[in-house]
Design a protein. Structure first.
Length: 203
């Protein structure tokens, strides 16, 4: 399953994407109410570009934008990250906003390679993390948590195929928007939606 749409924001609140289920909540007084439980990003542990482990806790109390890429990609990745860099430049000093790019090339994109890639992109500091992990861990979180399709493909010239979604995650680790990282209109929508999401936490 994958996301095939971008966020459409209302006046002051973004939708919550992904699976959801109704759950009965029993209160101290014995009464029962029904609450909606939304899909969240599963716990993870990856190495970043500095060979340091990052986890869900790295993004505590932060809104973040996640994507999947690989450093030798010659198709959509360069465009995705050029576009994402324009958002990073605006929020790179914000304590509330982070960026998380997962490489799907588990064979080559070790932390030292990711470090060089980040430097080439002119990204420094801790607000943009580049994550390396095993094939199983990265591919599972892509497809099960972020609903992004990724795969190896020996018939493709780059060896991998993936969707170019930029996924907006809130402070409760829920998906609040998905945007085509190669589409200027979609990037413009993300730039509009990010402040709307941040404003939810100021009320």
């Amino acid at each position: 399953m994958s996301i095939f749409f971008s966020s459409c924001s209302s006046n002051d609140r973004l939708p919550i994407l992904g699976q959801r289920e109704a759950k009965e909540i029993k209160h101290k007084d014995g009464s029962i109410s029904v609450d909606t439980v939304y899909q969240t990003i599963a716990p993870f542990e990856f190495l970043n570009q500095d060979s340091t482990y990052i986890t869900n806790n790295t993004f505590n109390n932060k809104v973040y934008i996640a994507d999947f890429f690989f450093t030798s990609c010659t198709t959509i990745c360069p465009t995705m990250h050029r576009n994402l860099k324009t958002i990073f430049d605006e929020y790179k000093d914000s304590p509330e906003v982070s960026f998380l790019s997962h490489t799907i090339d588990f064979k080559y994109d070790h932390p030292s390679v990711l470090k060089k890639y980040a430097q080439k992109l002119d990204v420094y500091g801790k607000n943009w993390q580049f994550a390396y992990g095993s094939k199983d861990s990265i591919y599972k979180i892509a497809e099960k948590s972020y609903l992004v399709a990724v795969m190896q493909d020996s018939t493709h010239k780059d060896g991998y195929i993936h969707q170019g979604w930029l996924v907006l995650i809130d402070k409760e680790r829920r998906m609040r928007g998905a945007y085509d990282g190669t589409n200027p209109e979609s990037i413009a929508q993300l730039k509009k939606d990010l402040p709307i999401l941040l404003a939810e936490y100021k009320k």
